[in-house]
Design a protein around this ligand. Sequence first.
Ligand SMILES: Cc1cc2nc3c(=O)[nH]c(=O)nc-3n(C[C@H](O)[C@H](O)[C@H](O)COP(=O)(O)O)c2cc1C
Length: 231
Amino acid sequence: MAEFSAADLAVEDQYKLMSGAIIPRPIALTVTQGPDGPNVAPFSFFNCIGVSPPMFMIACSPKTGPKSGGSNGEVKDTVANLRDCPEMVVHIVDYELRNKMNACALDFDRDVNEAEIAGFNTAPSVMVTPPRITDCRVQLESKLIDILEMGTLPYYMILGEVVHFHMDDAIINDRLHIDPGALDALGRMAGNGGYTRITDKFEMPFLHPPGSVPPEEAVERAKEFAKTDRD
Ligand SMILES: Cc1cc2nc3c(=O)[nH]c(=O)nc-3n(C[C@H](O)[C@H](O)[C@H](O)COP(=O)(O)O)c2cc1C
């Protein structure tokens, strides 16, 4: 095994190991409201936190980014906007919208509406000020819970609460199950140009529900299945 103490690694190398190993990452295409209009940016340091209420996190580097090894303290437009208007709409990006999403990642001035540059269609949201991108199959109208500053750069960990869901009829059934094939969500990997699609699916039995001690029979099944993996 190649071994590294995190404290000995340059910031750029920490970034290579984290973004290369923790894959694939979902992409939050995030609309915030600035003083001069909406702002759109994609973020892949993004995931679900939990429910009751539905909560998620997005981590935003400083404006100069982790690859430059340091920060001049300037924040990205998304963080600046959230400090002024603590609401956002997070969208899941699918393969057919990949180039539009990528156009929104350019480092535009705060007054530029990336939705217009990318050619995204927008509509007013139901419960928040920033508009939503109607091209996306999942649109999550959300309120800011908090922004936590973490690490020395620092990173800005945006914690959000979904208050209203827009889900395309084509991806969801009556029981609220989402069809991953119909969603066709894009996954982010590392480096310039590293992305993936969910084209290789498989199933595994759910051995026992969490929250109670598994019976002996479930433990035996777990052991038998585990033996079939690589040693
Ligand atoms: C697929 C993708 C994922 C990205 N993920 C992140 C991320 O997780 N955190 C981050 O700070 N920047 C990320 N970026 C870069 C931002 O999108 C970029 O800095 C953008 O200009 C920020 O916009 P803003 O200043 O309008 O907030 C990502 C870019 C792309 C294309």
